[in-house]
Design a protein around this ligand. Sequence first.
Ligand SMILES: *[C@@H]1O[C@H](CO)[C@@H](O)[C@H](O)[C@H]1NC(C)=O
Ligand SMILES: *[C@@H]1O[C@H](CO)[C@@H](O)[C@H](O)[C@H]1NC(C)=O
Length: 153
Amino acid sequence: MGLLNIVLLAVLFTCGFAKVVNITPCDETNEEVCKVSEVRITPCTQTNKCLFRKGSDAAISFDFTPNFSTSKLKTMVYWANGAVDLPFMGFGTNDACTYTSCPAQPGQAQTLNYNLHISKKLPKGTYNLKWKVWDEDNETGHLCCFKTTIGLA
Ligand SMILES: *[C@@H]1O[C@H](CO)[C@@H](O)[C@H](O)[C@H]1NC(C)=O
Ligand SMILES: *[C@@H]1O[C@H](CO)[C@@H](O)[C@H](O)[C@H]1NC(C)=O
């Protein structure tokens, strides 16, 4: 195998199955506070609804630009299907600095990378996933948030 083929294979394996997915903004915040510019999910084939198999892992990465500064960035994922947001089962530490660079600076774009494990115990169906990243010192005023639709099969 030639060097070029090896390089092409490496590119395929690292980003070949990532999909930029559709997102909707959350009511709790706005683009002046924090702009989420792109959300990528691997594996995913549909931009409007990524389909995950239960018991599998999904890599999610997104770019966001906070309009605030903090060294204490927190994060959490929720199911947003009803009146209340249910925290995502099995989410790791909510210290966002584990998955993205800290401190956050106003106007400076940064990327958060997370590997989400889809529990076998979750019921099949379509869900709204809500992702939040916030300043621990100002949870309501300094908030990044987006929603995306996923399906569990
Ligand atoms: C950042 O926030 C300030 C004040 O809240 C606002 O005037 C400005 O337009 C915001 N910047 C962006 C890029 O939204
Ligand atoms: C939280 O952030 C908002 C928006 O920037 C600001 O108006 C408010 O004063 C902040 N609150 C605290 C406790 O810092």
